[in-house]
Design a protein around this ligand. Structure first.
Ligand SMILES: [Mg+2]
Length: 116
C-alpha cells in the first residue's frame, strides 16, 4: 500500500491486518515500485494518486510495464474532483477506484472483490 499521508497508512494497515492481510505500507510510488520489482509475492496494490517522488499514475504505468505484475490488481485511492485522473488511470490499467474519505467496510469489500 502506498500513501503519503501517515494517517491513511495507519488506518489502512490496521484495517487490512484485521482482515488477516499482510501489509507493507510505503509513502510514495518509488518505494512501492522498488518492492514490486522484486520476486516477492504481492496479491494487490492499494495506492494513493497524489504522492511525492512518484505519484499513483506513474506507479501504475511502471507496474504494468513489469511482466510479472501485468495482472496484479491495483486499487487507486483518489480525492474528490480527480475524475480526469481516474479516466487516465483506467486507461493505464487501474483495476478500480475509491474516493477518499472511504468507508473501511467498502474498501475491504472492494479489495476482496479484486482478489476473487
Ligand atoms: Mg496523497
Amino acid at each position: 500500500m502506498a500513501d503519503d499521508e501517515p494517517h491513511i497508512r495507519r488506518v489502512l494497515t490496521t484495517l487490512l491486518e484485521s482482515a488477516d492481510f499482510e501489509v507493507e505500507a510505503v509513502a510514495d510510488g518509488r518505494r512501492a515500485l522498488d518492492r514490486l520489482e522484486t520476486e516477492d509475492r504481492f496479491d494487490i496494490v492499494v495506492t494513493d494518486l497524489m504522492m511525492p517522488v512518484m505519484d499513483g499514475l506513474a506507479l501504475l504505468s511502471a507496474t504494468r510495464d513489469l511482466a510479472s505484475r501485468r495482472d496484479l490488481p491495483i486499487l487507486m485511492l483518489t480525492a474528490k474532483g480527480q475524475d480526469a485522473d481516474c479516466e487516465e488511470a483506467y486507461a493505464r490499467g487501474a483495476s478500480d477506484f475509491m474516493t477518499k474519505p472511504f468507508s473501511p467496510k467498502k474498501l475491504l469489500a472492494r479489495v476482496r472483490d479484486l482478489l476473487d
